[in-house]
Design a protein around this ligand. Structure first.
Ligand code: S3P
Length: 433
């Protein structure tokens, strides 16, 4: 039972908008800048809470990070890291926790990391195991936060990761960068490659071929750098979803990162019958960017196979919501990783779709959604998961919908102005976030 109804309607979509900076790249930009010699400057950095936690953590380790204000340049002055006196709070951010474990492991310091109730339930062994075999120690456990990491002068490894996880791959690469040791990482499927692209953009010695990433340290410290950060494709995806479900009009989203390891959502959506035009292709900070032009479409169900999952992992709640408006059934294969995100997204997506009148079910590690024409009506338990809020808010934009969200504040984790922009595209204005 809740009072927070998603009241935003988008019948005719219109406008030109921008989305906030990419969350994954923002974390990485701050972390590498804190390891660099001198003062780096970032434009377009996300100011959401997850990235604020990375900035706060780096300040406690000794780096100087200017305040994170939307639209402002953020400067970072690197420093010799010191052991912080109190526990480092990673909030809701798995990326902060796992990447920071890697960075800290590569320094001769120790730190205790903790986070909110959601983050304290998420698995940490996937990064602890490789960091241990590089020489770091974890005196009070390996499974969950809070935990302590004791860094060291590490040794290099060749690591065969059991999961396709950019956080695991990046923790190892950051540990290697900090300790100046060579590493090789192989993953079962290619996860997002922002760390690799940033290393290459900064002239570091990295090679990525056939799913294997090799890093070889070069002499001297990373020099300070300037970086522009593209709009977050995962945030743009929610606006794309709202535009596809609208009854008319078109929406232009400018300056969005379209790294192919992130845009699997577009591939699945186009198979379902929508068309998203990529215009003005360019590059920013070693990443491809484009303007995305979206029009409403009638959707049909599809099968999303296991090999596609890493490139659309964060968009599955949204794709499931869109599938509930498609003709026929949609199935997502092998999406067990969804249980380990900010909430158990596999069970909660299915349960919330059922709450609003859609036939949906998690069977084993697969998710099934049957499309319907009935307007969605009912309560949605977001579990304070930002992506569940935004996915179901998109469902709430269609005529006749009555989707009642248990809360909506958690959008500030990744997309602080989301509801403002969602309203704006329903009215047809120009909006920059
Ligand atoms: C992220 C990697 C993904 C993704 C998360 C951000 C990153 O997680 O789901 O939202 O920035 O590296 P995994 O590495 O656990 O797959």
């Amino acid at each position: 039972p809740s009072r927070a109804t998603s009241v935003v309607r988008v019948m005719i979509v219109r406008g030109t908008v921008r989305v906030p900076g990419d969350k994954s790249i923002s974390h990485r930009a701050l972390l590498i800048a804190a390891l660099a010699r001198g003062t780096s400057a970032h434009t377009g950095l996300l100011t959401g809470e997850d990235v604020r936690h990375t900035a706060g953590l780096l300040r406690r380790l000794g780096a100087t990070v200017s305040p994170l204000r939307s639209g402002a340049v953020v400067t970072v002055r690197g420093a010799r890291f010191r052991s912080p006196r109190c526990a480092l709070d990673c909030g809701n951010s798995g990326t902060t926790a796992r990447l920071a474990l890697g960075v800290i492991a590569g320094h001769p310091i120790h730190a205790r990391l903790t986070g909110d109730a959601s983050l304290r339930r998420r698995p940490m062994r996937r990064v602890v195991d490789p960091l241990r075999s590089m020489g770091a120690t974890f005196p009070d456990g390996a499974e969950h936060l809070p935990l302590t990491v004791r860094g060291a002068r590490l040794h290099g490894i060749a690591y065969d990761s059991p999961v396709a996880s950019a956080q695991v791959k990046s923790a190892i690469l950051f540990a290697a960068l900090a300790s100046r040791v060579p590493v090789t990482v192989r993953e079962p499927r290619t996860s997002r490659d922002h760390t690799e692209r940033l290393f290459l953009h900064l002239g570091l010695n990295l090679r990525a071929e056939n799913g294997i990433v090799r890093y070889q340290p070069s002499a001297g410290a990373v020099p300070a750098f300037e970086l522009g950060i593209p709009g977050d494709f995962s945030s743009a995806a929610f606006l794309i979803g709202a535009a596809v479900l609208a009854e008319g009009g078109e929406l232009l989203i400018e300056g969005v990162g379209v790294n192919p390891t992130r845009t699997g959502f577009l591939v699945a959506l186009e198979r379902m019958g929508a068309q998203v035009e990529r215009l003005n292709l360019g590059a920013l900070g070693g990443e491809p960017v484009a303007d995305l032009l979206v029009r409403p479409a009638l959707l049909r169900g599809t099968e999303v196979v296991a090999a596609e999952i890493p490139a659309l992992i964060d968009e599955i709640p949204l794709l499931a919501v869109l599938a509930s408006r498609a003709r026929g059934e949609t199935v997502f294969r092998d999406v067990g990783e969804l249980r380990l995100k900010e909430s158990d997204r596999l069970e909660l997506v299915a349960a919330n779709l059922r709450n609003v009148g859609v036939a949906a079910e998690a069977r084993g590690n697969d998710l099934f959604v049957l499309g319907t024409d009935e307007p969605p009506r009912g309560p949605v338990e977001t579990a304070r998961d930002h992506r569940l809020v935004m996915a179901f808010a998109v469902l709430g934009t269609i005529p006749g919908a009555a989707v009642r969200l248990s809360e909506r504040r958690s959008v500030s984790i990744s997309y602080p102005g989301f509801f403002r922009t969602l309203r704006a595209i329903g009215r047809g204005t120009r909006h920059r976030d």
